[in-house]
Design a binder for this molecule. Structure first.
Ligand SMILES: [Zn+2]
Length: 218
């Protein structure tokens, strides 16, 4: 027997079926209609109910699987509309987005992106300083932006550029990209000599290079 909720109203003249956001079947019925008639009606609509329940449940799963990767670790994105102040924070396996009011999905997305950019900037500039010291290589400025196809670049003046989307990848892969760009300070090409410098600081660079190309986070 199907589970449903009856909503009686003196204003409704006929039976009407709906499914609410929680995935519950609701029947609007005239105030004095006998219950057996309502049950009969619901049973007759079984196919409609089942196909529409499936749709609602599919949408609920979509909200639940709103996830995102930081340093190759999976987090669930949870929006808190009753927060006392704005901000994004990592709590266990969740990314908590605090919103003062009900904002549009794009605004929440913007908050998450700003958080990711900040995290990437902090992490990549720290790692670059450490790796440059190990490689005995100097560089000038670091900037992070979202380049459509490149993970990093190095100008002839020694300015480094990284794609903040690298924040989704494992630390070893991010290190590879940094080592790659730093190596360009010595070799502005992809010669054998260049790859020797890369290998000297990342013995698994071929694996990391392959993973960077294969994995896609959005
Ligand atoms: Zn290169």
């Amino acid at each position: 027997m199907m589970d449903y909720q009856i909503k009686r109203s003196s204003r409704s003249l006929s039976l009407r079926l709906s499914i609410n956001a929680q995935g519950k079947v609701v029947v609007s019925a005239p105030k004095f209609m006998p219950e057996f008639m309502i049950r009969k009606f619901v049973e007759a609509q079984k196919d409609w109910i089942e196909s529409n329940l499936a749709k609602v449940q599919k949408n609920q799963v979509k909200i639940k699987t709103d996830e995102l990767y930081i340093f190759d670790k999976k987090y669930q994105v949870v929006t808190n509309h009753n927060a006392s102040r704005m901000g994004v924070l990592v709590q266990g396996e969740q990314i908590l987005v605090n919103n003062l009011s009900k904002k549009t999905p794009t605004k929440i997305q913007q908050q998450i992106e700003d958080f990711l950019k900040k995290t990437a900037t902090k992490y990549i500039s720290t790692r670059t300083a450490i790796l440059a010291k190990q490689m005995k290589i100097k560089y000038k400025r670091i900037s992070l932006r979202e380049q459509s196809s490149r993970w990093g670049s190095c100008s002839s003046h020694g300015n480094l550029n990284f794609n903040w989307r690298l924040v989704h990848y494992a630390p070893a892969i991010i290190d590879y990209v940094i080592i790659h760009e730093l190596a360009h300070r010595k070799e502005m090409n992809h010669s054998k000599k260049f790859w020797e410098i890369v290998r000297a600081h990342d013995s698994e660079y071929l694996i990391h290079k392959g993973q960077l190309r294969k994995k896609r986070y959005n």
